[in-house]
Design a protein around this ligand. Structure first.
Ligand code: EPZ
Length: 430
């Protein structure tokens, strides 16, 4: 298993390019299933999760072509991907692929809508929680799909005449990002109008809606908590550029803040990070916003900042671990409340190994900043926890070894290359 060796204590300085958003790319790849025409996506990040999704789509009969554009290093190594699902003949998402990436569930809605049937393995839990998909299933049932769950698979069939889903009013019990995306995609080809209430407002949902509309879908309200979709008979292909990754952007801003550095991030946008930028300014960082770049200058010592995660536009749960890392070396005590996932503090015990002062009480963490962290060997448990450990290792004195960094590779494109371009002393070892 690969490890990252980090020699901490250097301030991050310089400029890097941000990649396309993983959590926009994954549903957008699945949107290709909705049409017989080619869908081309640009600014696709080079990530393990993207490889997994492309493998899943290929074994369903989707033809995939990918060409790398842009150099590696500080310029993003993103690529353009063209998907042709005209030969889709195997609406199955097998366990061995789904268990490695929960987002595979995003094929369920498109397959039910396009083929009238789907067999998708239940994703199973992951480190941060049980991650059920009951809302996805309930929504498709409301649209007329007949769904049974047996031997760990979700079997969906559209029983209505002609194998089409029918438009319905869909209300999710809680805000679910991929639940909203799955149902929105399914509704595009349903008979009649669907309304998703309590919809997720995340920017990645809006990016998906914009692509679907370019493909001929009739969608209004994306970005609000009520999305209306008028079903159409078929969708066409299009070319769509994937939005920048706001979580990758926030992660590098936190790394610069924790090391007292100054960085400029390009190929990104600040318009989806208001609350994260506000919180970074509360720590004492100076932040400059440009049309497609953000730069940050850290203070000599950060001030602790309390957060409470909640659905967009509130503070994103995917940035909680990274802020815990900066709070471990900030001045004061921060109260950090995680309201989305039931077990998303696993990075805390690893940060404590680096010398952090953290007390966990249920879904609340109390983090009291220390003067400095000391390098140690720590273990990554999930994607954003890994990022948190890297940030802490960069701020710590001495050497930190982050083990099991395959978690990082799922969601961060060439992290060690980008960090090295900012002056970090980091290298990957097998
Ligand atoms: C998406 O996951 C993201 N993944 C996650 O990012 C992100 O943390 C999460 O949204 C919250 O913002 C992708 O977009 C691929 P949810 P998702 O459905 O859709 C419960 C990362 O690090 N729930 O919004 O799976 C669920 O258990 C990843 O990039 C049900 O109970 O999250 C959770 O407590 C991690 N039943 C809450 O809702 C359901 O049917 C929100 O989950 C669906 C969800």
């Amino acid at each position: 298993m690969d490890k990252l060796l980090i020699e901490g204590g250097t301030q991050l300085r310089g400029e890097i390019a941000i990649s396309g958003a993983k959590n926009a790319a994954l549903p957008l790849l699945c949107a290709a299933l909705l049409t017989r025409e080619p869908l081309t996506l640009t600014n696709v990040p080079d990530l393990h999760d993207i490889d997994t999704m492309l493998r899943l789509l290929t074994q369903m009969g989707v033809k995939v072509s990918r060409e790398k554009v842009g150099a590696g290093g500080t310029a993003s190594a993103s690529s353009a991907v063209t998907l042709d699902a005209s030969g889709l003949d195997n609406p199955l998402a097998p366990y061995e692929l789904v268990k490695t990436m929960r987002a595979s569930v995003l094929v369920l809605g498109p397959l039910a809508a396009r083929c009238g049937e789907a067999r998708v393995s239940l994703p199973g839990g992951c480190a941060i929680g049980a991650r059920p998909v009951d809302q996805h299933i309930r929504g498709l049932q409301a649209m007329g799909a007949e769904i049974t769950v047996e031997q760990g698979y979700v079997h969906a069939r559209t029983t209505a005449a002609g194998g089409k889903l029918k438009g319905a009013r869909l209300f999710t019990d809680m805000v679910t990002v991929t639940g909203t995306e799955n149902l929105m995609m399914a509704a595009c080809l349903a008979d009649g109008e669907s309304v998703i209430e309590n919809a997720a407002r995340e920017p990645e949902v809006v990016d998906l809606a914009n692509c679907l509309i370019a493909m001929g879908a009739r969608i209004s309200g994306a970005g609000t908590d009520v999305i209306r979709i008028q079903g159409v008979d078929r969708l066409s292909g299009t070319t769509h550029r994937i939005m920048p990754d706001r979580i990758e952007t926030g992660t590098y801003l936190c790394a610069a803040a924790a090391t007292g550095g100054a960085v400029r991030l390009t190929n990104t946008s600040s318009s989806y990070l208001d609350v994260v930028i506000d919180k970074l300014m509360d720590t004492g960082c100076e932040i400059g916003l440009e049309r497609s770049a953000i730069h940050l200058q850290a203070p000599a010592r950060l001030k602790a900042v309390s957060i409470r995660t909640a659905p967009y536009p509130a503070f994103p749960t995917d940035m909680q671990a990274q802020f815990m890392a900066i709070n471990t070396v900030a001045d004061g005590t921060a109260i950090m409340r995680e309201t989305i996932f039931e077990n998303r503090f696993m990075h805390a015990v690893e940060l404590i190994r680096l010398g952090a002062d953290i007390k966990i009480d249920g879904n609340t963490a109390f983090v009291t900043g220390v003067e400095k962290l000391d390098g140690a060997t720590v273990m990554a448990t999930d994607l954003r926890a890994s990022a948190s450990l890297v940030i802490a290792g960069l701020a710590a004195q001495g050497e930190t070894i982050v083990d099991r960094i395959y978690h990082l590779d799922r969601g961060y494109e060439q992290m060690e290359t980008k960090l090295a371009a900012l002056g970090a002393r980091v290298r990957r070892v097998k």
